[in-house]
Design a protein around this ligand. Structure first.
Ligand code: DGP
Length: 112
């Protein structure tokens, strides 16, 4: 499988890693859309949130608590956005579940 985020998770491709545990990896986005822009991924390949099942519930919860921890470590706890683009029409370009942690500028609502 030719998945760029699997390659980052395995260490085959370099990334600026911010956080890692047994199941989760977080690294800087290559094309940042905010002063802080981190991607948080499960190490195991899951195509998108739609591809998750009940057995992924703990992993999904752990991603959120990891996001809060990362935000705290990066001193952006007060205001950040955590978002996943699910499907090409929603802006998903990499087919490996990932959450964008964005902070450091005013966020617009609704997102485009
Ligand atoms: P999305 O459009 O939601 O699928 O977001 C994919 C993000 O992944 C996009 O913001 C750019 C980032 N990205 C793509 N390829 C790489 C890469 O090789 N390294 C890193 N660090 N980020 C990448």
């Amino acid at each position: 499988m030719d998945c760029i985020f699997c390659k980052i998770a395995s260490g085959e491709t370099e990334a600026s890693i911010i956080y890692e545990d047994e199941d989760i990896l977080a690294f800087k986005d290559l094309n940042p859309q905010a002063p802080t822009h981190i991607l948080i991924i499960p190490k195991k390949h899951i195509e998108s949130l739609s591809a998750c099942s009940q057995e992924d519930s703990a992993l999904l919860g752990n991603i959120q608590t990891a996001a809060a921890k990362i935000a705290k470590e990066l001193n952006v706890s007060e205001a950040f956005r955590l978002v996943t683009n699910n499907g090409a029409k929603a802006g998903q370009s990499v087919k490996h579940l990932h959450y964008h942690l964005l902070a450091g500028r005013r966020m617009m609502w609704p997102p485009g």
